[in-house]
Design a binder for this molecule. Structure first.
Ligand code: GAL
Length: 356
């Protein structure tokens, strides 16, 4: 992570620039400004990461420069013009190369669901092995979040361009904060805050991942959970969610299930350390499975509602005590040991691709 290297390194190592570069290149500093490989701040909020052919792709909301409060809306409705979805690629989870705006907003058709006056949030991408397509789902909304829809886009390549297909109400239900999950059997699921955010729905997608099926479950009824992030480990499903307080932080919850569709049982707040009751001033967005291992990285956003483009990223490794996960705060950490574990596994299989 190329993070204001000079300042940080000067403090740590009394101005020895070269060793600092090496140190800083391999570390993640949660909550600090994170620069891409062209030294520009990464602009990929509410994001998710897809691993494909040895590369991690980070997709996220591209916030525009100017944050304003939506006129005529009673609540704390801060927003920027929707800038589409950006994509960054990396092999080490630290150094991210900007791949471009892979879903462009439609600046021409003022009625388009992806016009800049709309909301495009929480994009997630999965690969469909049968169709060979990359499928993106996202939260689509209007300026006051009254439309509450799920949008879908498709591409032949992980770096786009994605073609926007439609925005829908899955099973005639409203849909706001959402995530995607592709299971080991290649079935995929859309997980979204529904019933005016009161209940979290989990819907099985069609085999091409482009439509919801009518198979869905209602989870955490009337508990107002949002910002879902789901992962699977040793056959169990884990679902991290936030409470429902807009851009402001609240306490996270982690729930466990034997079946993707639930029922989910809460294990409580997984965060540990200072400000754990406020999710370290962050909000969940995704859990990255480290390919070829049973290790995971939790992605949170630390929103700056008055200047949304300056919102920061909090990425932390998830720790496990048998099947119980926890997320302790760290000022800095290195994903290299996780990635090395992957190499070890790959070395056991000489025909597999070595990815790092
Ligand atoms: C949060 C949600 C964010 C964004 C925000 C708008 O609850 O998690 O993704 O939609 O509300 O206020």
């Amino acid at each position: 992570m190329r993070l204001k290297l000079f300042i940080h390194c000067a403090t740590l190592l009394l101005g020895l620039a070269m060793p600092c570069q090496a140190l800083a290149d391999g570390i993640i500093m949660p909550g600090m400004e994170w620069l891409d490989t062209q030294s520009r701040p990464i602009n990929a909020h509410g994001g998710g990461v897809m691993y494909h052919d040895g590369v991690y792709y980070w997709y996220g909301e591209r916030k525009s420069d100017f944050t304003y409060r939506s006129p005529g809306v009673g609540w704390d409705c801060y927003r920027t013009e929707a800038g589409g979805v950006s994509c960054y690629s990396s092999r080490d989870l630290c150094n991210w190369t900007f791949e471009g705006i892979v879903l462009e907003p439609d600046t021409v058709d003022t009625h388009s669901d992806i016009h800049p006056t709309m909301v495009i949030e929480r994009p997630k991408v999965i690969y469909n092995d049968a169709t060979g397509k990359f499928v993106m789902w996202m939260h689509i909304d209007n300026h006051n979040y009254g439309k509450a829809m799920a949008g879908v886009a498709v591409s032949d390549s992980p770096t786009g361009k994605f073609r926007f297909l439609e925005a829908i109400h899955p099973n005639e239900q409203i849909s706001r904060d959402m995530t995607l999950f592709k299971d080991d059997d290649n079935k995929a699921y859309l997980i979204y805050s529904s019933e005016d955010n009161a209940t979290l729905h989990i819907a099985l997608l069609s085999s091409d991942y482009l439509k919801p099926t009518q198979v869905y479950t209602r989870n955490f009824p009337n508990q107002f959970r949002e910002a879902p992030a789901l992962f699977k480990r040793h056959g169990k499903y884990y679902l991290v969610t936030s409470g429902c307080t807009g851009w402001d932080p609240n306490e996270a919850d982690l729930a466990i299930a034997d079946n993707i569709m639930g029922p989910y049982t809460s294990l409580g707040n997984p965060c540990r350390g200072d400000d754990a009751d406020k999710t370290f001033y962050g909000q969940s967005t995704f859990v990255i499975p480290i390919a070829g291992t049973d290790q995971y990285v939790m992605m949170f956003d630390r929103w700056n509602k008055h200047d949304l483009i300056s919102s920061r990223y909090i990425w932390l490794p998830i720790e496990f005590d048998h099947d119980t996960p926890s997320i302790p705060w760290r000022n800095m950490w290195s994903p290299s040991s996780m990635l090395n574990a992957q190499c070890t596994i790959h070395n056991d299989n000489p025909t597999a691709k070595t990815t790092f």
